[in-house]
Design a protein around this ligand. Structure first.
Ligand SMILES: [Zn+2]
Ligand SMILES: [Zn+2]
Length: 331
C-alpha cells in the first residue's frame, strides 16, 4: 500500500490549490507547471531592463521582507559635472545602468538544481495551499543567475558539490510528498483534517530546515563560504573531499520502466553526499527520519485505517518505508 496511492485526493474544506502535474525528473520534458511563458509577462520585461536591484513585481511573491531590495536612488552629478560619455549617460538616467538580460522564450523550473537563495525564500514564504516546490526559475538566455537572483542583482548560491546528492534526495522526498496536495478529481480521496495537514506542513518545513543545517555545517567544516570563491588551498582541499566522496558512490542502476521519481532517486545516487562525520549530518538525518515517521502517522490517521491492530500498523509502516524514496540515513 504505497502512500502515493493512499495520498491522492482532496483536502476538503481547506481550499487548497491544484497540485502541479507529476514529479519532474531533470531530463524529461517539462510539465506545463514548470514552464512559464516569459514573453507574455510584462513584469519580466521590467525586471530585466536594468541590472540595478529594482523591486520586481514578478519576484514580489518570493522576495522576503528582510531582503527586499530598495530602489536605487538617483545619483547626484558631481559639482564639476560628468566628464565622460558614460558619466553623462548616468547623470541623465539617474544613475541606473541599463543592461538588457536576454530571456529564454520560456522559463524553466530548476527542478533539482535550485539555488539556496530561492530555497530559503521558499522556506520562509511557502504558501502551504500549494505543494512544496522550490520556485527557482531559469529564465536567462545566457545568464547563469536564476530569476530571483537576477532581480536582486545577486549571484546564485548553488549547493556545494560534497552534499549535492543530499539536495537531490531532498527533492525526491518533496516530489514523493506532492500527491498529498493533489486536488484533482479522483476516485480516491485522502482526506486530511486541518490538524493532520498542519502536521504535514510542519514535517516538510522541518525537513527543509534540516537540510539547511546540513549545508551550513558542511560549509563551516570545510571553510567554504556561501557564494564567494574560496581561497586556492581551501578549494583544493575541498576538491579532494569531493573526489573522495565520488569514490564511495554506489550508483543505483536505472532499469526500463522505472518511474520518473525512481530515476531521480537513481540519479541522486551518482552524486556525492554527506558523511556521518559532517557537521549538520545528524540534524539532516533526523529530519528525514522524522518526516518519514510523520507520513506514517498521517497515512494511518485516515478513517479507513481506524482501529489498526499493532501488526497492521507495523505493516502499514513497512509499506511506507518501502515506498519512501530515500534510504535510511544512519543516526
Ligand atoms: Zn533561484
Ligand atoms: Zn539564484
Amino acid at each position: 500500500m504505497p502512500p502515493r496511492g493512499t495520498g491522492r485526493g482532496r483536502g476538503r474544506g481547506r481550499g487548497r490549490g491544484k497540485a502541479p502535474a507529476a514529479p519532474a525528473p531533470p531530463s524529461r520534458s517539462p510539465t506545463p507547471s514548470e514552464v512559464e511563458s516569459v514573453i507574455s509577462s510584462s513584469d519580466d520585461e521590467q525586471e530585466e531592463t536594468s541590472s540595478a536591484p529594482e523591486f520586481s513585481p514578478a519576484a514580489r511573491s518570493v522576495i522576503t521582507g528582510s531582503e527586499t531590495p530598495t530602489p536605487s536612488a538617483p545619483s547626484t552629478p558631481t559639482p564639476s559635472g560628468p566628464t565622460s560619455l558614460a558619466g553623462l549617460r548616468r547623470a541623465l538616467t539617474g544613475g541606473v545602468r541599463k543592461k538588457n538580460r536576454p530571456l529564454r522564450p520560456v522559463a524553466y523550473l530548476r527542478h533539482v538544481a535550485w539555488c539556496m537563495h530561492c530555497f530559503r525564500t521558499f522556506l520562509e514564504n511557502w504558501d502551504t495551499s500549494g505543494p512544496p516546490v522550490i520556485p527557482c526559475w531559469d529564465d536567462g538566455l545566457s545568464s547563469k543567475r536564476c530569476r530571483q537572483c537576477a532581480s536582486r542583482n545577486k549571484n546564485c548560491e548553488p549547493v556545494n558539490e560534497g552534499i549535492l546528492g543530499d539536495a537531490m534526495r531532498l527533492q525526491c522526498i518533496l516530489d514523493w510528498a506532492k500527491p498529498f496536495w493533489d486536488n484533482e478529481d479522483d476516485n480516491e480521496v485522502f482526506d486530511l483534517d486541518n490538524a493532520v495537514f498542519g502536521d504535514l506542513v510542519q514535517a516538510v518545513q522541518a525537513l527543509l530546515a534540516g537540510f539547511n543545517v546540513l549545508l551550513d555545517g558542511h560549509r563551516k567544516q570545510f571553510g567554504i563560504a556561501s557564494d564567494k570563491k574560496p581561497a586556492k588551498d581551501i578549494a583544493k582541499s575541498y576538491e579532494a573531499v569531493v573526489h573522495n566522496r565520488r569514490g564511495l558512490l554506489q550508483p543505483i542502476p536505472v532499469t526500463v520502466g522505472m518511474s520518473s521519481l525512481r530515476r531521480l532517486v537513481a540519479e541522486a545516487s551518482t552524486y556525492p553526499g554527506a558523511r556521518l562525520s559532517d557537521d549538520g549530518y545528524h540534524a539532516w538525518a533526523f529530519a528525514v527520519r522524522t518526516f518519514r515517521s510523520a507520513v506514517v502517522e498521517i497515512v494511518a490517521s485516515q478513517e479507513k485505517y481506524d482501529n489498526l491492530s499493532n501488526p497492521q500498523y507495523d505493516q502499514l509502516e513497512a509499506d511506507v518505508v518501502k515506498d519512501f524514496p530515500v534510504e535510511d540515513y544512519l543516526v
